[in-house]
Design a protein around this ligand. Structure first.
Ligand SMILES: [Fe+2]
Ligand SMILES: [Fe+2]
Length: 129
């Protein structure tokens, strides 16, 4: 998966995407039997996701990207999914972690390549006006 070029060309968003992956990596490598540690990391991921989506949506909105609502809906669905993971983790942390990481990693790569790239190109094009 690391072979893909995930750079959108907007520095702040690229570094936020990288941080998202770094937190996922921490979850993958943490001791799965330590449910408190896992809960803390899922909280961190949840808060970071909200923060990133807020930054990105602000840029999309300022640039009046026409499919802003559709993009925001995808963000909202992921936020809901992470909420579900947070709750599931309270009962079944060992089983949850690997499936969650695989899902989130796949989501992030696909979302950046198929949605962020397209819409953020419009943000960048607008900067030149
Ligand atoms: Fe996005
Ligand atoms: Fe993004």
């Amino acid at each position: 998966m690391t072979d893909y070029d995930l750079h959108t060309g907007i520095g702040i968003l690229d570094s936020q995407h990288q941080t998202f992956l770094t937190i996922l990596e921490k979850i993958k490598n943490c001791d799965r039997t330590d449910s408190e540690k896992l809960a803390t990391l899922i909280d961190e991921l949840h808060l970071y996701t909200l923060y990133h989506f807020e930054t990105e949506e602000k840029l999309l909105k300022e640039s009046k990207v026409e499919n802003f609502e559709a993009h925001q809906k995808k963000h909202n669905l992921l936020t809901e999914k992470i909420e579900e993971y947070r709750l599931e983790n309270l009962t079944d942390s060992c089983l949850l972690a690997q499936g969650m990481c695989d899902f989130l990693e796949k989501w992030l790569f696909e979302h950046i390549l198929e949605t962020d790239m397209v819409d953020l190109a419009k943000v960048k094009a607008g900067e030149n006006h």
